[in-house]
Design a binder for this molecule. Structure first.
Ligand code: FAD
Length: 307
């Protein structure tokens, strides 16, 4: 069970320094995080949208420690939005944000994160697109859902993420489906205790299907965030049964994972959105990708020893 060990390491500052400084890390990291700056990412946005894909953009970073860092995160998104404006992509390029990067874990963090994320949502609306609030560990979710609800009063298209592995999610899904939200459903990427989350893969998959049925039958816009081929075909079946047309739900996958499948689904007429992360503070995001698939870790370890 390597996954939980890697997830624990994803919160270690010592390892963060060691891994981030290793020169051999970069080519491996590039597979999941294809740029460090806005200059590097804009051509990638153009390339992916030219291939018929849609995007959700993540400026990587989380667990910041000062209000100044939270403001810098806000400004990084504002710069990105400004640079996307001339491309005129509308909702073909939306934003994903982690509220921990906007100050949620600091003193007075709920208010700080709410205040920092609002200008990003406003700026996104200004270029005809929208923002989705990512789901982080379970202790942050009440605050995230409250900020989501507040933002939706002025920007109803603001989305949020729910995680199938959490026991609470079926109830969250019913509430969000009833209010007509845009909701991304994922399995969940954090190390969660057995008191709050399913631990077995088959239990998580079954919960995913139950929650997805609720979203498909509800009044919102389901966003299926998964690379799992079984869940993708179940999602197509549930969408058909619920009478949803192709533009009434979408698939989402991470940049660097199952790229052929992105193109296959788009070619079939599905809306396929690629979660594209960039930036310099990539450690936490990268470690979660390693934890999801131990084969990635072997590849990474080989590159660390120069093989
Ligand atoms: P899995 O059963 O893990 O994977 C299915 C198959 O996909 C694997 O067999 C493998 O072939 C491939 N695959 C999956 N992951 C990898 C990988 N890292 N490297 C290589 N191949 C892989 N989690 C959160 O907790 N909060 C979020 O806000 C969040 N947002 C997300 C947004 C999107 C668009 C996506 C796709 C995922 C997001 N996640 C988020 C991560 C999610 O919770 C899962 O950890 C991740 O998607 C792996 O689960 P899976 O559904 O792909 O199924």
């Amino acid at each position: 069970m390597l996954g939980p060990v890697i997830l624990a390491a994803s919160r270690s500052d010592r390892l963060r320094r060691l891994v981030s400084a290793a020169p051999v890390t970069k080519p491996v990291v590039d597979r999941f995080i294809p740029g460090e700056s806005v200059d590097e990412i804009v051509p990638i946005v153009r390339d992916l949208t030219d291939q018929g894909l849609e995007l959700t953009m993540d400026v990587v970073g989380e667990d910041i420690t000062t209000p100044a860092q939270a403001e810098a995160a806000r400004d990084a998104y504002l710069e990105l939005i400004d640079r996307l404006k001339p491309l005129d992509l509308g909702t073909r390029a939306e934003m994903s944000v982690k509220l921990s990067m906007f100050g949620q874990a600091l003193d007075g963090g709920h208010e700080l994160a709410a205040a920092n994320v609002r200008p990003v949502v406003e700026a996104a609306a200004g270029i005809g697109t929208t923002v989705t609030l990512d789901a982080e560990d379970h202790t942050t979710l009440d605050s995230m859902f409250a900020i989501h609800e507040e933002l939706r009063q002025d920007f109803p298209q603001t989305g949020c993420v729910i995680q199938a592995y959490l026991f609470r999610t079926e109830e969250d899904a019913r509430r969000l489906a009833a209010s007509g939200s845009r909701v991304r459903l994922v399995k969940g990427a954090y190390k969660e205790p057995a008191e709050v989350a399913y631990q077995q893969r088959h239990e998580i998959d079954k919960a995913y299907v139950r929650v997805l049925r609720t979203l498909m039958e509800g009044g919102g816009y389901p966003m299926i965030g998964s690379h799992d081929p079984r869940l993708i075909s179940i999602a197509q079946e549930l969408a058909r049964t619920a009478g949803r047309k192709l533009d009434e739900y979408e698939f989402q996958m991470l940049y660097g994972i199952r790229g052929d499948e992105h193109l296959r689904l788009a070619a079939e007429g599905h809306r396929m959105r690629v979660y594209t992360a960039y930036g310099t503070d990539w450690y936490g995001y990268f470690m979660r990708r390693l934890a999801e698939k131990p084969a990635n870790l072997r590849f990474f370890a080989r590159s660390m020893v120069g093989k």
